[in-house]
Design a protein around this ligand. Sequence first.
Ligand code: SF4
Length: 361
Amino acid sequence: MTRKEFLKLLGLAGGGGLLYLAGRSWLFKDPPGEGQGRLTAEDGQWRPAYAVLEEDGRLAERVEQAYSVMENCRLCPRRCGVNRRAGQRGFCRAPEKAMVHSHQPHFGEELPLVGRGGSGTIFFSNCNLRCVFCQNWPIAHEGWGREVSDEELAEMMLDLQRLGCHNINLVTPTHVMPNILGAVRIALQKGLQLPLCYNTSGYELTEMVRLLDGIVDIYLPDIKFMDGLEAERYNLAAAADYPQMAKESTIEMHRQVGLVITDEHGIALRGLMIRHLVMPNRVAGTRELVQWVAANLPKETYVNIMSQYRVEFMAFDFPLIARAITSEEFVEAMGWAREAGLTNLDERSLSNYEIHRRRAS
Ligand code: SF4
């Protein structure tokens, strides 16, 4: 099958992988999230969700609510119950202040996030999931980085805006969500106007994601496992509830922001973008993932099926994941996506499909 034929089968031929849906809130099955109705921007000016919430006088209250959760920390499904504001640390080992490894424009993210100016990534140190195959292990597992105040974090966001980035891409944000909200409010007062992209492992508590309603514009959950046993096996501390947490929170993310909406240049302004890394020996449950998306979300949901799994960190000690994926495995994964009827697959995943298809044949 040629790439064109494959795209045609997916209903994408000639149309690219994106939907340009500005203001079409009627497309959402469930009640839309806060601020969404304002996206129609009667004055023609798009505004990030958090700016709308601040206009309504409700952003400060959210910052306060989020920080209060830290006092008996249950920001994520680990629910450690430690008082991080009093210096205690839980599973993620994060202190009260955010720790940042780096911030810079990133050109390797999904094309609607990258555009011409790059995605404004902020890499947070530590992680609440901690997979044994982590590709960012020095940052996520070993906590490389430095503590920053909310004011400094706000300056990083403004730096990224000055550099021409199209969004603020918060990488591994879950355990520092209150700090992010505090910083966003400060940055907004100093002129921040970029969409916030919540780039998460998917190990989220739905009630915490609800706190982000009307603040986050783009959700980017990387759904890693569909089987609790695999999630248990390949995380430093078992996370058997990972699939359930990831599925429930992704539904909530979609309720808030819906399908991807782009500007006239194809740059994402709002919406849900799902990532999924294909792993060797079907460990990630790709078939179950695409079937779940097709059954629980619109088939036009943006899905990036990624092929770049590599053996990192402790993965050498786990025989089933101690190798790269084969071309056959990636072709199989994309075939499942097609069979499930998904119609908005990431452009790069489609290109990779073509490369792997040729290698496999
Ligand atoms: S954010 Fe960290 S301290 Fe809080 S519940 Fe999660 S792992 Fe525990």
